[in-house]
Design a protein around this ligand. Structure first.
Ligand SMILES: Nc1nc2c(c(=O)[nH]1)N[C@H]1C(S)=C(S)[C@@H](COP(=O)(O)O)O[C@H]1N2
Ligand SMILES: [Mo]
Length: 265
């Protein structure tokens, strides 16, 4: 098993390395990752499916990510990617000015009961706190303490329909800029990761309110996955049978740009 996981890590690195060297070669070539039926893209996609199947077969569904001691928190959580949606989203800016009192997390799509939660409602539900390590594909890690509502509790209230296979996490921020058209950040997971005991809707970081730079008011923690799966600034969780209709169809902003969908570690 260690071997297989090592191999998938190598594959992932290979995927990331080829994506970034192509990026240097020119955006025209990077773009092929958004196209279907490209041989390189197909190869990466097959590798992704293989590693997803292998990990789902080999790693027990409830296996916990390692948790750490307070003494192992050495620094604040390093902000990465979007760090301030106020720059691009007026609705977010106004909400933040009002202390996020107007925030509502919406649970939509293939559920028996659509739900909306204010920040206070989420905070009043049973909470889970965990100290875990965040691994970014850019090559850095941070140990931090996250507090939030287990996603399973929210899902129990919304009751996913039998057809639901994935959760799509919609975020307030947009990526791109410069010549690239803006694309909303989004992510997705399967139901196994959504119901995992360490998957939380985090509103607290290292004993304080989650700061804007790390995803306020609510960000997802899926502890067995890489950094880009940890969606910040989440406003809607949509249950779907397929994520093909979102973005470029690969299940997330970074997946649309060539990263592995499962992103397991
Ligand atoms: N909405 C949103 N979520 C996001 C990102 C982002 O840019 N926007 N960046 C991702 C990446 S690549 C990483 S490593 C982590 C960074 O989280 P942090 O800023 O709390 O360290 O958030 C992930 N989730
Ligand atoms: Mo990342």
């Amino acid at each position: 098993m260690a071997d297989l996981i090592l191999n998938r890590r190598r594959l992932l690195r290979l995927g990331a390395a080829s994506a970034s060297s192509l990026l240097v070669a020119g955006c025209d070539q990077f773009d092929f990752l958004g196209r279907r039926n490209d041989p390189v893209r197909d190869f990466l996609e097959r590798a992704n499916q293989l590693t997803y199947a292998a990990q789902r077969a080999l790693v027990p569904h409830e296996a916990l990510a390692r948790e750490y001691a307070e003494s192992e928190i050495r620094q604040g959580q390093r902000p990465n990617g979007s760090t301030d949606p106020r720059q691009t989203n007026a609705e977010y800016a106004v909400m933040q000015l009002n202390g996020f009192t107007g925030y509502r997390l919406k649970i939509t799509g293939l559920v028996e009961q659509q739900k909306e939660y204010s920040l206070d409602e989420l905070r009043n539900m049973p909470a889970r706190t965990q100290i875990t390590r965040h691994d970014c594909v850019e090559g850095w890690s941070c140990i931090a303490k996250w507090t939030g509502t287990p996603l399973s509790l929210v899902l129990d209230e919304a009751r996913p329909k039998p057809a639901a296979r994935f959760l799509v996490y919609h975020c307030y921020d947009v990526m791109g800029g410069g010549l690239a058209p803006p694309e909303p950040y989004y992510e997705s997971s399967d139901l196994i990761d959504a119901y995992h005991p360490q998957t939380i809707l985090a509103y607290g970081l290292n004993g304080a309110t989650l700061p804007i730079q790390n995803g306020a008011p609510v960000r997802v923690r899926i502890e067995r996955a890489l950094g880009y799966k940890q969606a910040k600034y989440v406003h809607t969780i949509e249950l779907v049978d397929s994520f093909a209709r979102f973005g470029r169809g690969q299940g997330g902003y970074w997946e649309d740009h060539g990263y592995d969908w499962y992103g397991g570690i």
